[in-house]
Design a protein around this ligand. Structure first.
Ligand SMILES: C[S@@+](CC[C@H](N)C(=O)[O-])C[C@H]1O[C@@H](n2cnc3c(N)ncnc32)[C@H](O)[C@@H]1O
Length: 346
């Protein structure tokens, strides 16, 4: 049985809304705004009920499900259905994914991703696998980071050789200009072709090509050999995976000994006031933004619900350890709205 956030009435409602919110004729637009308002009121009433139950209700949302079942947001569904539904969500949001990320997080997701890269601190030569890499945000940051590391190294080297000619200096820059320094590589792997398509277009537009490849693949069954990568990242992806334990085992398998697992994911807020405001924002504002910007209330409702179903920091840490990783730790960002989990294959 599903968690009763969206009853049959609500889903009928949102289906009509998705179809009508294409912002064409004025009466249609008015109807769409009307639908958003009525949906928002419905959601507010329901949300007030949830809040009156306190965090207990949200943590109840993490409850166990029957054999062969899993959760899709607050609904319990079969495992096959979950994969299909998740695919449909990202297929539907792909084109608006980046603009929605900026709008929903007020740009803060960029900062979280930058922090992930600083924590990774890749060096020229690092081989990165970014799973559930979507539109390439982590991959592009990786390329920028490796390039700036390399430029820093080369400056230091040139500074220590005072008598180099202009030709020698210029040559040392040109050698690495075209390829990613040190032979670094980043593979973006995602199950969703539409997300990858948007990512590839973005890469072309921004001028990223060397050392970057795009692979369609499932986190639970990665199409890569054992012991291949130095770093495995998964940003805002793992909560969408049906069998998280399987994805973690795959992360372990494809990493080289000494390799690092890094996961950036929404987590549990540790400040009661921020938690309350965050819940209000998530349930009242995000689906509305989803409807207005992307014409897709349901996908963004799934997003906020899936965050509540994801294990809290310590629970997820134990799962990472169970997969075999050592030195597992996590770091909360923005009062635990997100956390970065790190572990090593030693
Ligand atoms: C919220 S997006 C994150 C994209 C990107 N990592 C970022 O931080 O912007 C989640 C991504 O996970 C992908 N995904 C969901 N289930 C997956 C699976 N089983 N294997 C690989 N990717 C998956 C989706 O297709 C989607 O692109």
């Amino acid at each position: 049985m599903g968690f009763p956030l969206a009853g049959p009435e609500a889903s009928r409602d949102s289906e009509t809304r998705s179809a009508s919110a294409k912002f064409t004729p004025l009466p249609k637009m008015a109807a769409s705004i009307g639908a958003v308002t009525s949906r928002a009121l419905h959601s507010r009433r329901y949300h007030r009920k949830l809040l009156s139950g306190g965090r207990g209700l949200f943590s109840g949302a993490r409850r166990l499900v029957a054999e062969g079942e899993t959760h899709f947001g607050f609904q319990n569904v079969s495992e096959t259905e979950k994969g299909e539904k998740v695919y449909h969500v990202f297929e539907s949001v792909a084109k608006k994914y980046d603009i929605m990320n900026d709008s929903m997080s007020l740009g803060i997701h960029r900062l979280w991703k930058d922090i992930l890269l600083h924590q990774m601190n890749p060096y020229p030569g690092t081989q990165l696998l970014d799973v559930a890499g979507g539109t390439g945000d982590i991959a592009f940051r990786f390329i920028n980071y490796v390039r700036s590391q390399w430029e820093h190294q080369i400056k230091q080297k040139l500074k220590s050789h005072q008598n180099l000619s202009w030709e020698e200096i210029s040559k040392s820059y040109q050698e690495e200009e075209l390829k990613l320094p040190g032979g670094s590589q980043v593979v973006v792997c995602d199950i969703n072709k539409e997300m990858l398509k948007v990512g590839k277009q973005k890469a072309q537009h921004l001028g990223y090509s060397e050392g970057l490849s795009w692979v369609v693949g499932n986190a639970e069954e990665l199409p890569f050999n054992d012991n291949k990568f130095d770093v495995y990242t998964i940003a805002f992806g793992i909560r969408n995976v049906t069998h998280i334990d399987q994805a973690l085992q795959e992360a372990y398998r494809v990493l080289k000994p000494g390799g690092r697992f890094l996961c950036l994911e929404f987590s549990q807020v540790n400040n009661p006031l921020i938690s309350r405001l965050y819940d209000l924002y998530s349930f009242q504002v995000i689906p509305v933004l989803g409807e207005i910007i992307a014409g897709d209330w349901k996908s963004y409702q799934y997003l906020v619900e899936s965050i509540r179903r994801f294990p809290a920091q310590d629970e997820f840490k134990a799962m990472v350890e169970d997969a075999g990783f050592l030195k597992v730790e996590y770091r909360n960002l923005t009062s635990g709205i997100v956390a970065i989990h790190s572990g090593f294959k030693l």
